[in-house]
Design a protein around this ligand. Structure first.
Ligand code: GDP
Ligand code: MG
Length: 203
């Protein structure tokens, strides 16, 4: 008799940052293990991709939302951000502007997700250009530390493993939520998941 009880959890993931930092490429690498060196044509709006990850007896149904162009005009909607469980803020090693604008993206999500709990990760993309880049990894790490966020440098172009690892880490963070937490954000997140679980029971 198989008495393993499988639980499923919907996880909303959003990816934000300046146009051109490689947000779509990161998702494309993770979902399809592909990289497109040319700019992908985009229609305005937002789209999501799905991926399911099983860890122990939980299936995490990731819904990864990508902004497709609105970030150019800094016109991301409240709806896009609301209810996120994981927020990925991306800059790229070759763009100082994308790094400087992290503060803008950080305050936008902070305001909208105020009181909720979520896992925040700062992603430095294009680490294949790290040596010729204009932003150092240390600056990114420092920013992440200040915001009590995770930090990971990746390359959508060359390092699919790094991006898989990134998502593994994020899922680990979600799955360890039942352990007694050491940071404020874990405690809050735990509360949030409990609330969600209750809501699911009512349905
Ligand atoms: P988005 O606007 O943030 O969604 O960025 P895109 O995913 O459309 O990528 C913008 C450009 O950067 C494209 O030409 C990509 O091919 C390129 N790009 C994305 N990721 C990387 C990377 O890791 N390394 C390098 N060298 N180029 C990348
Ligand atoms: Mg894009």
């Amino acid at each position: 008799m198989d008495d393993e009880k499988i639980e499923t959890k919907d996880v909303k993931v959003i990816i934000l940052g300046e146009n051109g930092v490689g947000k779509t490429s990161i998702i494309n690498r993770y979902i399809n293990d592909e990289f497109n060196p040319n700019n992908v044509s985009e229609t305005l709006g937002s789209t999501f991709s799905m991926k399911e990850i099983k860890k122990l007896n939980i299936i995490y149904k990731l819904k990864i939302w990508d902004s497709t162009g609105q970030e150019k005009y800094h016109s991301i909607t409240k709806l896009f951000i609301k209810g996120s469980n994981i927020v990925l803020l991306v800059y790229s090693f070759d763009s100082i502007e994308s790094f400087e604008h992290l503060n803008y993206w950080y305050s936008s999500i902070k305001e909208i997700l105020e009181g909720d709990n979520y896992i925040l990760a700062i992603i430095a993309n294009k680490n294949d250009l790290k040596n010729e880049g204009v932003v150092s990894e240390e600056e990114g790490k420092k920013f992440a530390e200040d915001k009590k966020a995770l930090f990971k440098s990746v390359s959508a172009k060359e390092d699919g493993q790094g991006i898989n690892k990134l998502f593994d880490i994020l899922i680990d963070e979600l799955s360890q939520i039942n352990f007694e937490s050491i940071t404020q954000s874990y405690v809050l997140h735990k509360k949030h998941l409990k609330k969600r679980k209750k809501q699911q029971c009512l349905c």
